[in-house]
Design a protein around this ligand. Structure first.
Ligand code: TXA
Ligand code: MG
Length: 385
């Protein structure tokens, strides 16, 4: 049986946190909110406790977990001290800028970290979350907490306690319900064990911000574009974050060609008798007004923080509404857009459609903005204001 304990996200109640912390100490599973998504936590230094995470999520044991600690000072005991010295400047600079927060660092594994946490490998992922409930839980438990996202393997990550229960009811001992999470997408995973720091998963801290602190950041060669190749980060297989409905994701700049393509797809889906779900930004949604569909509006296309916060929630809501197909589109690939597009790509199992960008190259028609484009853009900006 799963026990749900409501907690105030800003001032978590001591009793609830203590009960959850005892559960962690005694080898149980506790789902808890972080600023990114809900985590499924267990005692991070106990192999038996960590094994329960993989069972509950039905996740392959080769997919390593993140250890959550309360302060950067606790990172040293989880990695090898000599490696820590070599990496000290990078870790200090990154932790000063981004911790506590949505950045996970991959470091050489210290001998106290069970191989169950690291998927058998010699590196360990570490993060200092900022959410008050996560902080209180880690401090009360007094141990690092191993926690993947609290969803069944390959499903969208949970951004509320209800999402956790949808996937893991009676598979977790306690859920700390601290309301919806703020960012709504997982942390950025950065590998510091490579000669140039490597971005393994785009997330809540944008690449541009890492580059500002580190200079160069490498992107893994076309990160795992099929399910069979060996992943630099084993959790980066393509099928991930997937709703039950089939996804159709159009990638291209928001504008006339994209809207025309969305309309064509939407009409074809409805004509085929399938139930349609739309997960679109406001201006694209307006252009599909007459179509019979369930709708999740992602707001202004330029408001990446809002889009990120609604993405997984929206996928789950459309699933609950029972749609057969979810039609969506990608966004500008800068800032949080990189993580948003990555999740859309994986939720679509890589089956995205690239809508021709109309450029001024010879032989191509140049699309001049239409009155409709201008109108929709101003609507988008109004939403932002
Ligand atoms: O925001 C987040 O990161 C959330 C919250 C709960 O902290 N956690 C999360 O965990 O998203 P999970 O397990 O769903 O994703 C962790 C990712 C996976 O892609 C995993 O493969 C990668 O981090 N990872 C973990 N340890 C690693 C390691 N030693 N080397 C390379 N990749 C690693
Ligand atoms: Mg996950």
């Amino acid at each position: 049986m799963t026990k749900v304990l409501k907690v105030n996200p800003d001032q978590p109640e001591f009793d609830a946190v203590l009960e959850a912390a005892r559960m962690i100490q005694t080898g149980g599973l506790v789902a808890f909110p972080t600023e990114t998504v809900y985590g499924l936590g267990a005692h991070g230094l106990s192999a038996t406790a960590v094994r329960k995470i993989f069972e509950a999520k039905r996740r392959p044991s080769t997919d390593p977990l993140i250890l959550h600690v309360a302060s950067p000072l606790e990172v040293e005991m989880l990695t090898t001290v000599s490696a820590m010295r070599v990496l000290e400047r990078q870790i200090d600079a990154l932790s000063e800028s981004f911790w506590p927060g949505a950045l996970t660092l991959v470091l050489p594994r210290g001998s106290g970290v069970p191989l169950e946490v690291t998927g058998g490998g010699n590196t360990v992922a570490v993060r200092v979350p900022s959410h008050k409930v996560a902080q209180a839980l880690i401090r009360a438990a007094g141990v690092p907490i191993a926690a993947p996202s609290a969803n069944l393997f390959s499903r969208p990550s949970p951004t509320s306690a209800a999402d956790v229960l949808e996937d893991l009811k009676d598979r977790v001992d306690i859920v700390l319900d601290g309301g919806p999470t703020e960012i709504g997408l997982e942390s950025t995973v950065l590998d510091l064990t490579t000669s140039i720091p490597t971005l393994l998963r785009p997330g809540g801290v944008p690449l541009e911000e890492l580059e500002r602190v580190l200079g160069e950041v490498a992107l893994p060669d076309e990160v795992v574009m099929d399910m069979t190749s060996i992943a630099p980060s084993p959790g980066m297989q393509i099928k991930h974050y997937a709703p039950r409905a089939k996804m159709v994701c159009l990638m291209g700049a928001v504008g006339m060609p994209l809207r025309a393509a969305l309309k064509k797809e939407a009409d074809a889906i409805v004509a085929s008798g399938q139930r349609l779900g739309l997960l679109l930004c406001h201006s694209s949604m307006l252009s599909l007004e007459g179509i019979n569909a369930e709708r999740v509006n992602l707001g202004a296309c330029s408001n990446q923080w809002f889009i990120a916060s609604q993405l997984f929630t929206g996928l789950r809501a459309l699933d609950r509404a029972g749609v057969d197909v979810i039609l969506t589109h990608g966004f500008a690939d800068t800032g949080l857009g990189r993580a948003i597009n990555d999740r859309l790509y994986r939720a679509s199992e890589g089956q995205v459609v690239h809508v021709e960008m109309v450029t001024g190259r010879p032989g191509k028609t140049v699309a001049t903005p239409t009155v409709e484009d201008d109108l929709l853009r101003s609507l988008d900006e109004d939403l932002l204001g």
